[in-house]
Design a protein around this ligand. Sequence first.
Ligand SMILES: Cc1cc2nc3c(=O)[nH]c(=O)nc-3n(C[C@H](O)[C@H](O)[C@H](O)COP(=O)(O)O)c2cc1C
Ligand code: SF4
Ligand code: SF4
Length: 316
Amino acid sequence: MKSIVIYYSQSGNTRKVAKAIHKGMRQVAGECDIVQVKDIDPSSINQYDLIGLGSPVWDGGFTPNVRIFMKEVPQQNGRHIFSFNTHGVMPELYFPSVVRKLRIKGFTVIGMRDWYGSVHFQIAPKPYFTDGHPDEVDLREAEEFGKEMVEKSRRIHEGETNLIPPLPKFELTPQLLVLLEFYQSGHNPHGHLHFDPKKCAYPKCRLCEENCLMGYIDLSVDPPKFGSKGNACDMWMGCTFCELICPTGAISCDWDAVMEENARLGQMFGYNPLERAAQEAVAMGRLRKLVTEDIKGPYYKVYSKRPRFKIIKEHQ
Ligand SMILES: Cc1cc2nc3c(=O)[nH]c(=O)nc-3n(C[C@H](O)[C@H](O)[C@H](O)COP(=O)(O)O)c2cc1C
Ligand code: SF4
Ligand code: SF4
């Protein structure tokens, strides 16, 4: 059985899980490829019998680069795929949306699984409820999941079609209401990023260019190109990774204003939806909380020095 794991990972969590799944698959299938989504031609997936597709959960779904990749994949006729993700306590919308998309593409979705992942996001609390994940326990589970997917694919091919999971049900979650509010507001709720060439250390530094998932940055041209707008980024539903990793502060955003707007949204519920989701996940035994420190406040205040986040090479 020819198999492959395809993934995107911005801050390293999904990559760790993808590698563990790959390890498990190799043990059962003999060989298995693993590749980042940017390094594979969408039509080349037709040479595989089984595909594992992983993404962080972003606003309840695929990251935009994974979404574009999937759009470009040729129409399928039942090829086996399984879906996995990492997330920070609000994954509920992911499988209902992603599994439907994969089915429409003609895949047979043979399994799905999610794991918690640490969160590095300017307006998120710090430490975050899921920090420390995925840990050794998660990665052992991921390895087992990889083995299970290869075995399940074989059995389905041999006729045990009852092993194909049903479509996950949609739920009305607080996040769906927040997303609706974002959508109706007509602008990016996660911050509008600006680029100041005077503070930029290019070509000594190329971090933002190398790590923009959308290929929106080209600092080699005159004038330099930054973000979805050419000199700013307001990618719909946000990303803001380049602001996190920029070592000089050349990329910036008014986070206080973003926090204010989000606080207004919080008033819709009368409680903090993230905190509530984390408490529920702990109470139901889904989340093994690994952090013990008190929450100090939004990430951008805790990490006020640049860069806010250092990329670990092995995570790329
Ligand atoms: C733009 C953005 C949107 C996110 N949206 C969600 C979300 O809807 N639900 C959730 O539980 N976590 C969300 N997260 C948290 C990530 O899913 C989580 O940190 C994930 O483990 C990151 O994976 P990575 O390290 O592979 O990039 C979001 C993070 C970012 C940067
Ligand atoms: S915020 Fe930065 S890294 Fe993210 S898409 Fe925009 S330019 Fe790229
Ligand atoms: S990360 Fe910052 S300093 Fe580095 S190239 Fe980008 S804008 Fe310039």
